[in-house]
Design a protein around this ligand. Structure first.
Ligand code: FES
Ligand code: FES
Length: 149
């Protein structure tokens, strides 16, 4: 059994220790907001926070997480109050198909924690998530809006 802390709750899962965290989150714990895109740490669709830092869960063995605190998109809001990034996403109508967006939002939330007022260069460097719908300009606008909120 492996014990995980996800969004403030403890879960015990019976999985192979090499299983990527993404699949444990989705299939054992049932939180399907975190998406599978490439499976090779390139696209960012699977981004979650581990102790507040953005990690690509498709390439992280569950055994490597230990007692770190995992936050998924389902745990980003504070109760009924959406995170400021989620609020900016709605205000700027960022999502198109939406598939990449939970990973994008988690990456942006972590960026703003590290750099509360990111420049365009910071965004270029820090947000490498891929959006096949090409929402990059809306993402950038919403990041600046969230940073000013
Ligand atoms: S699915 Fe993890 S980075 Fe693409
Ligand atoms: S909104 Fe469709 S892939 Fe990003």
């Amino acid at each position: 059994m492996i014990r995980l802390s996800v969004n403030g709750k403890t879960h015990e899962v019976d999985v192979d220790p090499t299983t990527p965290l993404l699949w444990v989150i989705r299939e054992q714990i049932g939180l399907t907001g975190t998406k599978y895109g490439c499976g090779i740490a390139q696209c960012g669709a699977c981004t979650v926070h581990i102790n507040g830092l953005p990690m690509r869960s498709c390439s992280l063995p569950v055994s490597a997480v230990g007692d770190s605190k995992i936050t998924t998109i389902e745990g980003l809001a504070s109760g009924k109050t959406l995170h400021k990034v989620q609020q900016a996403w709605i205000a700027h109508e960022v999502p198109q198909c939406g598939y990449c967006q939970s990973g994008m939002i988690m990456a942006v939330a972590a960026l703003l924690r590290a750099k509360p007022k990111p420049t365009d260069a910071d965004i270029n460097e820090g947000i490498t998530n891929i959006c096949r719908c090409g929402t990059f300009q809306q993402v950038r606008e919403a990041i600046h809006a969230a940073a000013s909120a």
